[in-house]
Design a protein around this ligand. Structure first.
Ligand code: CTP
Ligand code: CA
Length: 227
């Protein structure tokens, strides 16, 4: 009924969220990763659940509690790609909040790398696949794909470029040059760009609130696509 729908606007929808940092192993004791805490993505997963969606969270390294969520844990970008590929077919709304490592170590060492008498060492990196670009060809007409963009400069231009190149319906851009929002903090201010509507700014709000705004916007886009 109407009241039920108003309280649970995502009821009947499957939402796939990715969150946290991928980490790319160098040897059994070392890895490279990034500063993502996973707070924004996990907030999106929890909010989607409370708005009535059936939620799967593909989580890399996160520093927040995942109790009560349906979680697929992954370590590397390649593992995250496989997990997303597996889930994407049955997904209505994808929220790609993970901070995917752009590169991985070219040659993983299965024994601990020892220091030598050399004062320098070089680790060669190779590019990881872009998960959003990999799944773009699998996208069905009714699906909504939302990405994030972490930008230190030229936020709007860079975000719009990613929106187009990754064939997204919307992208939430983060200004990572600001220390009061973003990495590890509890608040965020996002500007959401769309293909054919005006950008929306969330204001500086708790990550839960920013997540709600993104999800309700995604629901609107989903409604338009699905009549
Ligand atoms: N992303 C992805 N696969 C990658 C890298 C990023 O799917 N290998 C996704 C992120 O989850 C995010 C969006 O692409 O939703 C933008 O990520 P971002 O790091 O801001 O952009 P990149 O395309 O990686 O470009 P750059 O880091 O050079 O700005
Ligand atoms: Ca990147």
């Amino acid at each position: 009924d109407y009241v039920f729908c108003a309280e649970k606007p995502l009821a009947g929808l499957k939402v796939l969220v990715t969150a946290g940092a991928t980490s790319e192993p160098i040897d059994p004791v070392r890895f490279i990763s990034n500063r993502s805490s996973g707070k924004m993505g996990v907030a999106a997963a929890r909010k989607a659940q409370s708005l009535g969606a059936e939620v799967t969270l593909v989580a890399g390294s996160v520093s927040v509690n995942l109790d009560g969520l349906n979680v697929v844990k992954v370590q590397t970008a390649l593992e995250m790609l496989e997990a997303v590929k597996k889930e994407i077919e049955s997904t209505d709304i994808l929220v790609m909040a993970a901070a995917v490592a752009d590169f991985r170590i070219a040659e993983y060492s299965d024994t601990k790398i020892k220091k030598t008498d050399e004062n320098e060492m070089t680790i060669r990196l190779v590019k990881n696949p872009d998960i959003l670009k990999e799944i773009a060809p699998l996208k069905k007409a009714g699906q909504v794909f939302a990405g994030f963009a972490a930008e230190s400069d030229n936020l709007a231009a860079n975000a719009r470029k990613k929106l187009n190149e990754k064939n997204l319906d919307m992208i939430a851009a983060n200004d990572i040059s600001r220390s009061d929002i973003g990495f590890g903090t509890d608040e965020n201010e996002l500007t959401v760009f769309f293909r054919d509507r005006e950008a929306v700014n969330t204001g500086k709000v708790p990550k839960e609130k920013a997540a709600e705004t993104i999800l309700l916007l995604a629901k609107e886009v989903h409604g338009k696509k699905n009549g």
